[in-house]
Design a protein around this ligand. Structure first.
Ligand code: DHB
Ligand code: FE
Length: 282
């Protein structure tokens, strides 16, 4: 058994909760009218469910106990990013003309080590997994190259674990910030990530088990791509042939985001080209 396989929901949940508190600056600017409208609708949706489904006291108490456990396990970021963020992203990016975005998830860490293209993500000397060359160009909606583009890339390892959220991995393993060249072109050497399983030993895992759902996300690369004067896009890229592409627990796959890498031959793994189109700043 490797150290990584001892990753626990409590550890990744607590890590995700701490990370959220450090990085996301929650604005207090929401108006009273807006809070009242949103909280009112959510409370009504819960009450409607109780009435329609004739929810019993046993079920009500099971809900209370589960909600308490989500907090104890630090799993609010996991829960929200799996079951809610996809709708928030849909609303946020509805007016974009460029590349599709999708959810950020709970495991982004800013300020990963910076490199110029061609880059190799930080990884262990014996990093397991098939080598993957990920390359492309960052352009504007008119198809013109964007100089000064930055590609932030983070992903799970060959066992589905993220550095800084599972024990035993080097701090920046499989996380990097890559400066593209003056034509927005980039090349990043990494390894093929494995599918990711929502931690099964915490509150979210208990919900999945109690519902008879599965806990899987398809293998994915996480990206934030930006260039001066343009809107940053947060997205993910998936891999054709992955059984969970059609059945992602986080509902975050879009057909435009599925890659079909080709074999490079001579044991050099696979490669794939994907161009990013960025919308101008508003
Ligand atoms: C979760 C994990 C991910 O790696 C991801 O991309 C989205 C959601 C989660 O555990 O909530
Ligand atoms: Fe992820």
């Amino acid at each position: 058994m490797t150290t990584e396989s001892q990753a626990t929901a409590a550890a990744s949940g607590a890590g995700a909760t701490a990370r959220f508190r450090e990085d996301k600056h929650v604005s207090a600017a929401t108006s009273q009218e807006r809070v009242s409208a949103l909280a009112g609708r959510i409370i009504k949706a819960i009450n409607d469910t109780v009435i329609d489904e004739k929810v019993t006291y046993d079920e009500y108490n099971a809900l209370k106990s589960w909600l308490i456990r989500v907090g104890e396990d630090g799993e609010w970021p996991l829960f929200l990013d799996v079951w809610v963020e996809h709708s928030v992203e849909e609303v946020a990016n509805a007016n974009r003309h460029g590349s599709k975005g999708t959810i950020e998830g709970p495991y982004y860490i800013p300020n990963a080590p910076s490199q110029n293209t061609p880059a190799t993500l930080p990884m262990r000397d014996d990093e397991p997994g098939t080598p993957l060359l990920f390359q492309g160009q960052v352009k504007n909606v008119a198809g013109e190259p964007l100089p000064g583009a930055l590609i932030e890339l983070w992903h799970a390892d060959d066992l589905g674990f993220y550095s800084q959220f599972a024990p035993g991995l080097p701090e920046w393993n499989l996380r990097g910030s890559v400066n593209a060249d003056d034509e927005g072109k980039f090349q990043v050497n990494t390894i093929q990530p494995a599918p990711y399983q929502i931690p099964t030993d915490g509150a979210c895992g208990a919900l999945i088990a109690a519902s008879g759902w599965h806990a899987w996300r398809p293998a994915h690369l996480h990206l934030k791509v930006s260039a001066p004067g343009h809107q940053l896009i947060t997205t993910q890229l998936y891999f054709q042939g992955d059984e969970h592409v059609a059945d992602d627990i986080a509902s975050a796959v879009k057909p435009e985001l599925v890659l079909a890498p080709t074999d490079r031959g001579a044991g050099n793994g696979r490669e794939v080209t994907y161009d990013f189109i960025l919308d101008p700043e508003d």
